[in-house]
Write a protein that binds this ligand. Sequence first.
Ligand code: ADP
Ligand code: ADP
Length: 226
Amino acid sequence: MATLTLKQLKKQYPNGYQALHGIDLEFGEGELIVIVGPSGCGKSTLLRTLAGLEDISEGDLEINGKRVNDLEPAERDIAMVFQNYALYPHMSVFDNMAYGLRNRRTPKDEIQHRVSEAAELLGLTELLDRRPKQLSGGQRQRVAMGRAIVRKPQVFLFDEPLSNLDAKLRVQMRLEIRRLQKRLKVTSVYVTHDQTEAMTLADRLVVMNGGHVEQFGTPMALYDRP
Ligand code: ADP
Ligand code: ADP
């Protein structure tokens, strides 16, 4: 579990465009935070900045009170789940989930243990020998989550993870994500442009517009506001 603190976080792209204008936010341990807002408002920029995939121009990012601005993505104890699954087509489900751990030279029996545990949580135990193309969309999305879970990170980042799924599966998977997040209690930041998805998932919502935070609060508090 971890707290995540953003202090006057600014992002200016090399072409001079200012995508984030001094973001101040604090997320509590085990919270599921959803970032919502119109296309171009800076959601992905914010998420990529948290992941360390974009440099921070000004301000600070802290995990558990420790400044992590200058840490590489792999050193941040953050795992990201993508919409395109980012699975390796030629590898089995097991190997896809084990990939990041093998890169980190995690001992073999530890990998076996973590992958089995994650597969159990995600209902993938029977599918560990399959290739991605032998899976349904929902199953592929679960494998993508499995890759993040096995790393046992302090923070999960979700970048519109369900936007490639059909409407029915989207509803089912977002309930699964919330159930899993509550069970693992990993502080999570989830980006979507889908209002309903945002309202159903979030402990607290960040509403962004034009690189600013417009509102921050529980879905109830924001919904009641005119
Ligand atoms: P969202 O995820 O909310 O759709 P983004 O974070 O992708 O928004 O983009 C925010 C703004 O920053 C947009 O105006 C976008 O055009 C701009 N932007 C994104 N990436 C770059 C980049 N590499 N260089 C310059 N501008 C960018
Ligand atoms: P894993 O396979 O578990 O994602 P990696 O060692 O491949 O681990 O990745 C290290 C870090 O870089 C992780 O935080 C991961 O989420 C991130 N990462 C990996 N691939 C990409 C990618 N294509 N785009 C953005 N981030 C990535």
